[in-house]
Design a protein. Structure first.
Length: 302
């Protein structure tokens, strides 16, 4: 707006700059697609690798030093950066664009999620083949994914990320990482940083994790096949975990209630494609198009 100083002629008005409301700036920001490239994202990964307290907790373990060096390299690697880039694009086109006035971009959220799920599952399965990688490396890589994804979104949309709707989008992406990689919340805890040396020795003497019951089905499998649990199994689980100690982990009932709508953005038709990914990664079975056509679009359990 303009203001007139006492004694000034109208032609000598001063112009004061008024900052736009944060909501207006945020709306302008999210009209543009994410601009970060993989190189910039890798810089964020490198900062994470440098700041993570490896030396504070493993400096007295000479046998682990080479493994830690390899892990630092993986944390700053280009494949992980490309994965984060895919997640940033997915978050924008799937959850942010519907909040704008942009025309549909033709982005295939279903197809991109299948590819993203395949990459995350491959990462998890590769690390779970080794006990130490499961206990130490996979939780740190998962944390890196969460931190760098959040940092990348904030770098692209600084004003928008101060609004509640941004927190909701980030929460949904965080939940997707949990559902696909860590449905029972085991990787949300860095045992090496939280436990005593005695507890760590006990953990290494067992298979990790080893606390799933015979009725366990992950949220992803639930989405693919419907709800395969019988009424009797659900009742047993409710009784089993009614007075459960929270320190022992998350029950399947808790998980189902917590994540039941995380995958609601996906269409039912994508279930068969996800089933193909699970069959290949988990069991080494490659389902053909004919195999998948034999499965009803609504899932085998419905």
């Amino acid at each position: 707006y303009q203001r007139r100083v006492h004694g000034q002629a109208p032609s000598q008005f001063e112009t004061d700059w008024i900052p736009e409301p944060i909501e207006v700036l945020a709306c302008k920001e999210i009209m543009n697609s994410p601009s970060l490239d993989v190189r910039t994202i890798r810089d964020m990964q490198s900062v994470f690798a440098e700041k993570f307290p490896f030396e504070s907790h493993w400096k007295d373990r000479p046998a682990l030093q080479q493994r830690i060096a390899d892990l630092k390299g993986e944390l700053a690697s280009e494949p992980l950066g490309a994965l984060v880039k895919t997640m940033v694009d997915f978050a924008y086109h799937t959850f942010v664009v519907p909040l704008t006035d942009r025309q549909p971009t033709g982005y295939d959220s279903d197809g991109e999620f299948v590819g993203l799920f395949d990459e995350l599952l491959t990462l998890a399965e590769r690390k779970k083949a080794n006990r130490l990688a499961t206990a130490m490396e996979l939780p740190i890589i998962t944390l890196c994914l969460r931190v760098v994804l959040s940092s990348a979104l904030r770098a692209c949309y600084p004003s928008w990320c101060t609004l509640p709707q941004a927190a909701e989008v980030m929460s949904r992406m965080d939940a997707i990482i949990t559902v696909t990689v860590d449905p029972m919340n085991y990787l949300s805890h860095l045992s090496a940083l939280e436990s005593s040396p005695q507890a760590l020795r006990l953990m290494r003497s067992r298979r990790v994790p080893n606390r799933m019951n015979q009725f366990y089905t992950s949220p992803m499998v639930r989405f693919i096949v419907g709800d395969p649990m019988s009424k009797e199994a659900k009742n047993w689980l409710q009784r089993q975990y009614k007075n459960k100690d929270p320190a022992k982990g998350t029950s399947e009932v808790d998980v189902a209630a917590q994540w039941q709508d995380v995958l609601s953005f996906l269409s039912p038709e994508v279930r068969n494609r996800l089933l193909g990914v699970v069959a290949l990664r988990k069991f080494g079975v490659r389902l053909t198009d004919r195999d998948l056509r034999l499965i009803p679009p609504g899932g085998a359990g419905e």
